[in-house]
Design a protein around this ligand. Structure first.
Ligand SMILES: Cc1cc2nc3c(=O)[nH]c(=O)nc-3n(C[C@H](O)[C@H](O)[C@H](O)COP(=O)(O)O)c2cc1C
Length: 193
């Protein structure tokens, strides 16, 4: 009886581990360097800082979503272009793409742009079949958090399993790597990674 209980416990423990070793993970991220909100001119985008930490901790593969036409280096012009793209419900072309079919879990990272995901994220979403995959959003922002983007993703990816996203201030991500890592790790631990 004792033996049966022990093996049952073991079985349950392994079933309870949220992610098996063969869970293939992709960390897909769009992030913009250069002049940015409240951080000056940066070499690495704020969301990219998070993406690298996530890839490192989960063993996931990092994929940078890049627009065919790069955004300008200055912040203000970028905000104007982004606003126009949002108003026009544009789908900016991808410079590169990734076959996501072999991945079970996709972390999807983006900055909050005008209370939404940058339109290139919509291009990426519509270019792939996310059915049956686990999708986990993360974003950096200047105060608005994830805005409504988790809900938008839930509606758009109705055949995926959406998990709790992470929102982090872009300034924290850029200027306080220790705090950022701590919060990223805490979030990932909570998700079972
Ligand atoms: C085009 C644009 C629009 C933005 N709109 C918002 C916004 O609506 N709310 C917000 O909190 N931050 C906004 N921000 C600030 C960014 O979300 C923040 O700087 C973020 O960390 C940038 O991430 P990245 O360096 O990975 O691109 C905006 C920034 C840009 C460039």
């Amino acid at each position: 009886m004792k033996k049966l209980f022990a093996s049952l416990t073991l079985l349950l423990a392994s079933a309870g581990a949220a992610y098996a070793a063969d869970n293939k993970i992709l960390v897909a991220v769009f992030s913009r360097a250069d002049e940015n909100y409240s951080v000056g001119i940066i070499e690495k985008g704020n969301t990219m800082v998070l993406a690298e930490m996530i890839a490192e901790k989960t063993g996931g593969e990092l994929f940078e979503i890049k627009p065919a036409k790069p955004y300008p280096k200055d912040y203000k012009t970028t905000t104007e272009i982004a606003k126009r793209e949002q108003n026009e419900n544009a789908r900016p072309a991808l410079l590169n793409d990734k076959d996501i079919s072999g991945y079970d879990t996709i972390f999807l990272g983006y900055p909050n742009w005008w209370g939404d995901m940058p339109m290139i994220i919509y291009t990426f979403l519509e270019s792939h079949d996310f059915s049956g995959k686990t999708v986990i959003p993360f974003c950096t922002h200047g105060g608005s958090g994830l805005s409504g983007t988790e809900g938008t993703l839930r509606r758009r990816l109705s055949k995926s399993r959406l998990m709790k996203g992470l929102a982090m201030s872009g300034t924290t991500a850029q200027n306080n790597r220790d705090e950022t890592r701590e919060r990223v790790n805490e979030w990932l631990d909570g998700l079972g990674f």
